[in-house]
Design a protein around this ligand. Structure first.
Ligand SMILES: Nc1ncnc2c1ncn2[C@@H]1O[C@H](COP(=O)(O)OP(=O)(O)OP(=O)(O)O)[C@@H](O)[C@H]1O
Ligand SMILES: [Mg+2]
Length: 618
């Protein structure tokens, strides 16, 4: 079970950094704000004109005297609906475009980080960042920037209009609006900031717990730990509920204070207006207008406390997004990569030192390796010795700290990583299968492959009978991570993919770990039968079958401690020889034990016959 390691920016991203995320949608945002301003402007003018019209009507003038105001009331009443609709349409369009772009940018960076840089983040938390945190940023575009822009635009106009009618009423409205636009959001913002930080952390932790709960359901049930894990999720959920309640009360307090200020502004304006009417400085017809305009103008500032809360949340989410986007990729492509020539290809590692972004000390310490065309090199060593890390370096997933990896004499740092990986491929220890059909999983390696090609590849890895027994054949869904298949079937599908990809250089990271000896032989036969010019690097725990390797590297703590052919290493009587004799004695005991399934020896010419890598050499 993963610990809830949640990286966040502490205080949140800077204001500039957060607002900068909205830059690609600037013009659409401006248009949305302008339409929003027109909608609220129309509301204010509707109220002002209505108040004037009612006052004027009470004097029973002729119809002609009210004609213009009636038209104005109708116009403002109708137009505010259109303006509001336009604002929502443009604003949401801007928000969804921006979120889509941000998600693509986020995913591309994850792709650059994978696989070596990804362990810095837990899976569920990454998911929460990509889905929840990016989603929360839509508030920035819908509930933060437009309300502030609109308040500024229309507020100035409303105060100027009031001032023109009666300066004292204008000043009262100005002070009340300023307080509502600054002090109240400041207060709610302060209260919201801490809650936002905890909320972002908890949301990440909750998604992480859910992912763990779903993926580890079987283990949790077996170990009787489900109740404890469910309790943990329940507690996280309860904490989030408490934060939501506190957010709601903060928002409610903000709204209450704003309403109070609106009431004070209206009362103040009315008071000054009444005095002006009394002293004959103002027409009584405008008194109603002075009372309703401040109330209408407060529609401008009432969303601001919520906007400040949303901004605090957006800053936390932006920090979590930046934490991923700013994580340097373990490998970066040069601006002008050198194009690699056609085959045959030679891959070499020269005095390579390497470590992961999170590792405390080097994992590889000065490794040399030569994979000339057609060469078969094996790497053996204990668990954790650095074998898979060596594969990651050769695949350009990890840049060496020192030394170089050369493809046809060109350092990998100067090549395009994707081009390198079109030449060097790997069958992983645990090949990932997507939650899709068998065919889709196989076509990943060769999109143009026909159904016949796919069936042939499956046949070559011993899955022909299995395919024949499937009701839906190649269209059979394999489930999440291939959960509807056995471990050995998943591994063989991974190998069938490698056969389809037909890479000139193939790295096999314990490719037959989950297979019985007969299946392992069959798979290795398939890998070697048609590939005399393919170079192969085989990472193995078990030594049987390595007699035919051109070179064997024995790796301990990231260093090659012995190298040579099988015969030379046996002659040397070092660690390899000790392991070999130990394995031989275990094997001879196994040979004397009656077998349940009779594995027939698969004739595979000059290549390994028994590459069975089931045992941990530790
Ligand atoms: N992505 C990673 N981030 C940080 N450290 C890692 C990462 N992957 C592996 N390591 C560490 O690097 C060291 C070498 O790991 P590696 O996977 O290369 O071993 P290995 O020889 O392939 O072992 P095994 O035979 O068990 O597969 C280990 O100490 C491991 O903990
Ligand atoms: Mg490994």
């Amino acid at each position: 079970m993963t610990e809830h390691r949640v990286v966040t920016g502490g205080k949140g991203a800077t204001l500039g950094g957060t607002l900068g995320l909205a830059r690609p949608a600037l013009w659409r945002l401006l248009l949305a704000s302008l339409l929003g301003a027109c909608a609220i402007g129309a509301t204010i003018l509707l109220m002002a004109t209505s108040a004037w019209m009612l006052s004027r009507a009470s004097q029973r003038p002729g119809e002609a005297a009210l004609g213009l105001s009636i038209v104005a009331v109708q116009f403002f009443g109708l137009s505010r609906g259109f303006f509001r609709y336009g604002e929502r349409l443009v604003g949401h369009d801007a928000a969804f475009r921006l979120l889509a772009n941000l998600r693509v940018r986020f995913y591309r960076h994850i792709e650059e980080l994978a696989p070596a840089g990804l362990p810095a983040f837990s899976r569920g938390d990454l998911l929460a960042r990509m889905v929840g945190d990016v989603d929360s940023l839509q508030d920035l575009l819908l509930r933060v920037i437009p309300p502030y822009a609109t308040a500024l635009l229309v507020g100035v106009g409303a105060v100027a209009g009031m001032w023109w009618i009666l300066p004292a009423a204008g000043a009262t409205t100005l002070v009340a609006l300023l307080l509502a636009a600054t002090a109240v959001p400041w207060l709610t913002g302060r209260l919201a900031r801490r809650a936002a930080r905890r909320e972002a952390l908890l949301k990440g932790a909750l998604t992480n717990s859910f992912v763990d709960l779903i993926e580890g359901a079987a283990e949790l049930t077996v170990f009787g730990a489900t109740a404890a894990e469910v309790e943990r999720v329940t507690q996280l959920d309860a904490s989030l509920t408490r934060i939501s309640a506190s957010n709601a009360s903060t928002a409610g307090s903000g709204l209450g204070l704003t309403t109070l200020l609106a009431g004070l502004a209206a009362t103040g304006s009315l008071y000054f207006g009444a005095r002006a009417v009394h002293t004959g400085h103002l027409s009584g017809l405008l008194l109603g207008t002075l009372a309703v305009v401040p109330l209408a103008a407060f529609e401008l500032v009432s969303p601001l406390p919520a906007a400040t809360q949303a901004l605090a949340r957006a800053r936390q989410c932006a920090a979590r997004i930046f934490a991923v986007l700013d994580t340097p990729a373990p490998v970066t492509d040069p601006a002008h990569p050198i194009e690699l020539r056609g085959g045959p290809h030679r891959l070499e590692a020269r005095a390579v030192w390497a470590s992961y972004p999170t590792s405390a000390c080097p994992v590889l310490r000065g490794i040399d390796l030569d994979l000339s065309p057609g060469r078969f090199v094996a790497v053996v060593g204990r668990s954790g010795a650095g074998k898979s890390t060596l594969a990651a370096v050769l695949l350009d997933f990890l840049t060496p700290d020192a030394g170089t990896v050369l493809m046809d004499g060109v350092a990998l740092e100067r090549c395009n990583s994707d081009e390198v990986r079109s030449i060097v491929g790997m069958v992983d220890q645990l090949p990932h299968l997507f939650d899709a059909s068998l065919a889709a999983n196989l076509r990943l390696a060769r999109p143009s492959a026909t159904d016949g090609d796919l069936a042939d590849a499956l046949d070559r890895v011993g899955l022909g009978a299995f395919l024949g027994g499937l009701r839906d054949g190649l269209d059979t869904e394999v489930g999440r991570s291939g959960s509807r298949l056995s471990g050995g079937q998943r591994q063989r599908i991974g190998i069938a993919r490698a056969l389809l990809a037909d890479w000139p250089i193939l790295i096999l990271d314990e490719p037959t770990e989950h297979l019985d000896q007969h299946s392992a032989d069959q798979v290795m036969h398939a890998l070697f039968e048609d590939a005399s010019d393919r170079s192969t690097l085989l990472i193995a725990h078990r030594l049987s079958g390595l007699e035919v390797a051109d070179e064997i590297l024995v790796v301990e703590n990231g260093t090659v401690i012995e190298r040579g052919t099988h015969a030379a290493l046996l002659h040397r009587a070092g660690l390899y020889a000790a392991w070999w004799w130990e394995e031989r004695s275990t094997q001879s005991i196994a040979d004397r034990t009656p077998r349940t399934a009779a594995p027939e020896a698969a004739g595979i010419g000059s290549r390994p016959t028994q590459l069975h890598q089931g045992r941990d050499a530790q």
